[in-house]
Design a protein around this ligand. Structure first.
Ligand SMILES: Cc1ncc(C[n+]2csc(CCOP(=O)(O)OP(=O)(O)O)c2C)c(N)n1
Ligand code: SF4
Length: 519
């Protein structure tokens, strides 16, 4: 048995390697991105997909072929992959399908604090919550076992602290490899037309009740002995905070939080004078436990926002809902000096453009001193939102609307926005700026289909944005280097803003942090 100091992400990657995952697929997103990179370094077949939905689809195909598949993403990625998740829960899988989804309580690097546990309940799939790297490793292996045993996708829910903190991990011997991949026809199980899906839904509910019964007696839940005065029910990293904040309390650690081991929790609640649920993000367990008729305390609403800490858990246990100390202001992030995005936003600001923006390093242009982006919601939204503005604003304002999107984001979910732009053309036309810096800079410079390289850095096809825009019948398409051809780019933008036509401008210059020769 090997003993290693691993981050949660490294532990998931090692667990996946040790269970013989045939393919790991994902789309980068903090705090999940390292899982696939480490899996590749450990010898696994790993690939970046254009977005999370495609990643989940590829993985589902792998699992339909009786092999083991891992999908990685950050929490908001599951919104994109949700269509696959909900119906693959019905179809089930022949091999194993595990989705490692990393939540970001406290918004260290995300646009929202959504809680992936809600998805497990809504889609009807099991969800595991490791509380340290050892469990990240163990639960990864367990997730594959459960997926293979019940033929159902399984979510491994991570959070920022689990992903990025390191603890000692004892790694087991590699698992028995699965049989060689094979396709066995089973049309009623995999073609989800209503007649088949009704039966599939019933099968899923049956699997969930079997899983719930299994979780009561054999699930990865743990009782830490302690005083009968105070009992804490916790999951994920909250278990560690609870142990430190209340060392004398009895703790019921929930490892598989959907379906919840409600009878075991009932017994635990009955064994203590006061039971308190401590969980990060939404009150998912507290709501479910109360719905089962149990009397518990839980955190006041204010603790739903932000990460928990030992200090916050102490406050929750004391029922303290007074205002929390305001943390010291952090230095705001900035575009690097020399970042090619700067020139583009200086031009947009100079011409008082209304900028429907998107997510990436370039979103930093919304902050002072540039303050040159007006809207940013979710990946790919810049194009649709820009078009919506153009459709209804008075002409003088509409003619100033520009959609701005990064290259990775454009491939992720801008392609369909461009199809909409070409299809439902506003009376004033529209202008789209694609910022091609030859990488997914924001999340650590991962490759994508527009860079010409795969995750393992081998060369492959490169998506050509200019040819693509022309193929979509965009009237005006041009590419400029925003640093060497700043004036020409500005000139092209000014002309585009005056015409009631469709224009796509590509600002192509590599991120300064890309090693030479890799763009
Ligand atoms: C659905 C979803 N998946 C992943 C992310 C994480 N993420 C934020 S921006 C971004 C892409 C940034 O790359 P690009 O558009 O090329 O801009 P750059 O950072 O290179 O300027 C990613 C993957 C996210 N916010 N939402
Ligand atoms: S990492 Fe690259 S894209 Fe991001 S701000 Fe720095 S230079 Fe710009």
């Amino acid at each position: 048995m090997e003993r290693l100091l691993l981050s949660g992400n490294e532990a998931v990657a090692r667990g996946a390697r040790d269970v013989g995952v045939a393919r790991g697929v994902g789309y980068p997103g903090t705090p999940s991105s390292e899982i696939l990179e480490v899996f590749h370094r450990l010898g696994g077949a790993a690939a970046w997909a254009p977005n999370e939905k495609v990643a989940a689809e590829v993985a589902l195909g792998v699992a339909f072929a009786r092999a083991r598949a891992l999908v990685t993403m950050k929490h908001v990625g599951l919104n994109v992959a949700a269509d696959v998740l909900f119906t693959s829960a019905y179809s089930g899988v022949d091999g194993a399908l595990v989705l490692a989804v990393a939540d970001d309580p406290g918004l260290a690097s995300s646009q929202n604090e959504q809680d992936t546990r809600r998805y497990a309940v809504a889609a009807g799939v099991p969800l595991l919550e490791p509380s340290d790297s050892q469990e990240a490793y163990d639960f990864t292996r367990l997730a594959f076992e459960l997926s293979e045993r019940w033929h159902v996708p399984v979510i491994l829910r991570l959070t920022t602290r689990i992903c990025h903190s390191s603890t000692v991990v004892c790694c087991d011997a590699p698992a028995v490899p699965p049989p060689a991949p094979v396709f066995v026809r089973n049309i009623p199980q995999r073609v989800m037309v209503p007649g088949h899906a009704r039966a599939a839904h019933q099968r899923l509910r049956q699997k969930l009740s079997e899983l719930a019964a299994w979780n009561e007696v054999s699930g990865p839940n743990r009782r830490w002995p302690g005083s009968s005065e105070l009992g804490i029910i916790a999951s994920g990293v909250a278990v560690q905070y609870a142990r430190e904040a209340a060392p004398d309390a009895a703790i019921f650690q929930v490892g598989l939080s959907h379906p919840l081991p409600i009878q075991a929790i009932r017994d635990f609640v009955a064994s203590v004078s006061r039971a308190v649920v401590i969980e990060e993000n939404d009150p998912c367990m507290a709501d479910a436990i109360r719905a089962a008729g149990l009397t518990i305390d839980s955190a006041p609403a204010m603790y739903r926002q932000g990460e928990l800490t030992v200090g916050r858990v102490r406050r929750i246990l004391a029922g303290d809902a007074s205002a929390e100390p305001v943390p010291a202001a952090r230095r705001p992030p900035q575009l690097c000096q020399g970042c090619p995005h700067r020139r583009v936003f200086e031009i947009l600001k100079k011409h008082d453009c209304i900028v429907a923006g998107d997510i990436g390093c370039y979103t930093l242009a919304a902050l002072p001193p540039l303050s040159a982006m007006d809207i940013q919601i979710c990946m790919g939204a810049s194009i649709g939102v820009g078009l919506g503005l153009r459709h209804v604003l008075p002409r003088e304002q509409a003619m100033r609307v520009v959609s701005v999107i990064g290259d990775s984001t454009f491939v992720h979910s801008g392609l369909t926005g461009l199809a909409e732009m070409a299809y439902n053309v506003p009376d004033t036309g529209h202008v789209l700026l694609i910022l091609d810096n030859a990488t997914t800079a924001m999340t650590g410079r991962q490759q994508h289909p527009g860079t010409g390289y795969r995750l393992d850095q081998t060369p492959t096809n490169r998506l050509d944005y200019v040819a693509l825009a022309r193929a979509m019948n965009i009237a005006n398409v041009a590419q400029f280097d925003p640093v060497r051809e700043t004036d020409a780019l500005e000139q092209a933008l000014v002309e585009a803003l005056q015409k009631a036509e469709l224009t796509v401008l590509v600002a192509r210059r590599p991120c300064i942090l890309i090693p030479a020769g890799k763009s």
